[in-house]
Ligand binder design. Structure first.
Ligand code: UD1
Ligand code: UDP
Length: 352
């Protein structure tokens, strides 16, 4: 059996690492890297650290408006699918790379396997929401991380070949948590003391593409006395420069380049709080039992909201401040599976 996997953006490399490791014990896999993310610290570092097999194809699509970026991927992926004739095409998550892969395969009648299917924010202004709805509706196998994701698909009449196998990001965390303790020196390198700083990540278009939202967010960060560390996403860095907003004005803030996965796990595990708009980081905060504040109006990961393990604030300065300062004592539950999602996926596909 031959699987063609589409990867393109940082979280997809991390999700693919555990799945690929198991998949290759049982079947042939070829990887297409679309080139959506291309800086070494947004791409290569994950292939090296997580021992993800080198892509068989690199499309070099790079950044661009949605139409240009997705369109270029469509044309290039189509050519490869026609040549490779895979049994299945596998996509992860909700990026433009996900949508491009799914659309090409569906039109060529190659069954699509969607990993992290069924997530919904119910906000169609998010490009990710469009990508995941479209992808789910053309997929043949839908691997969901939570019961909520299954329910979301049921509500859209998608019930065939839908499986809750848990979250592949939990597999990745369990596999790498101890390695991170051994190998990462990021606390010393960044001059941080465990449990004495907040970790920040911001990159969602709904936040970064609006100067007022970014001003409100920075205003909140300025009013938080604690040390803050922010591995900054290139999108955010570019947008802040365009807006003329200077992070040097925020007291006690350490801005660093994007870090590798082992350093990120270390920063997360040792943070007092995590302040983010990332999907993956919200979940990792939950896995690590570190309280999270999410600068968004909705989350797809509603399980994390229980007991205020994660608090949604939107971009209101005062709401962000209040949430960061709030003492919470949540009860963390096993709602993201048992860390064996990759094995379950491969098991199900092998039996088809
Ligand atoms: C993309 C995904 C988003 C995901 C995120 C993970 C879409 C629509 N968005 O958002 O769902 O959460 O990846 O990080 O697919 N850039 C660089 N170097 C890079 C990559 C990006 O400088 O290696 C800069 C460019 O200015 C680019 C901008 O970041 O224009 C945005 O990149 P893009 O891949 O379009 O979207 P992300 O915001 O990264
Ligand atoms: N991540 C990382 N280095 C960083 C920031 C994030 O390794 O500097 C990891 C993080 O641990 C998580 C994933 O990237 O596994 C999340 O990706 P991102 O926030 O870019 O996208 P999203 O999950 O929102 O789609």
């Amino acid at each position: 059996m031959k699987i063609l996997t589409i990867l393109g953006a940082r979280p997809q490399f991390i999700k693919a690492a555990p799945v690929s490791r198991v998949l290759r014990k049982h079947m042939e896999e070829k990887i297409i890297h679309t080139g959506q993310h291309y800086d070494a610290n947004m791409s290569d570092i994950f292939f090296e650290e997580l021992h993800i097999p080198k892509p068989d194809y690199h499309l070099g699509v790079g950044s661009g408006n949605h139409g240009k970026q997705t369109g270029e991927m469509l044309a290039k992926i189509e050519e490869i699918v026609l040549n490779e004739q895979p049994d299945y095409l596998m996509v992860y998550g909700d990026t433009n790379s996900t949508l491009a892969g799914a659309l090409v395969a569906a039109k060529l009648h190659v069954p699509v396997i969607h990993i992290e299917a069924g997530l919904r924010s119910f906000n169609k202004k998010m490009p990710e929401e469009i990508n995941r709805i479209m992808t789910d509706h053309v997929s043949e196998y839908l691997f969901c991380p939570t019961d909520t994701a299954i329910e979301n698909l049921t509500n859209e009449n998608i019930t065939h070949n839908v499986f809750n196998i848990g979250d592949v990001m939990y597999d990745a965390v369990l596999y790498n948590r101890e390695l991170a303790k051994e190998k990462s020196n990021i606390l010393a390198e960044a001059g941080l003391t465990a449990k004495d700083y907040h970790l920040i990540t911001i990159h969602r278009a709904e936040n970064t593409d609006d100067i007022e939202n970014m001003k409100n967010i920075l205003d909140a960060f300025s009013k938080i006395d604690e040390v803050k560390v922010w591995p900054i996403h290139p999108r955010t860095k570019h947008k802040l420069a365009d807006y003329g907003l200077n992070l040097g004005d925020v007291p006690n803030l350490k801005v660093i380049d994007p870090v590798g996965y082992l350093d990120m796990l270390t920063l997360e595990a040792n943070a007092k709080k995590i302040v983010t708009d990332s999907g993956g980081v919200q979940k990792e905060a939950y896995f690590m039992k570190v309280p999270c504040v999410t600068i968004r109006e909705q989350t797809e990961w509603v399980e994390t909201l229980s007991g205020e393990a994660n608090i949604l604030t939107g971009t209101d300065t005062e709401k962000i401040l209040a949430a960061v300062q709030k003492e919470v004592n949540p009860e963390y539950k096993e709602v993201f599976g048992d860390g064996q999602a990759s094995e379950k996926i491969v098991d199900i596909i092998s039996k088809k």
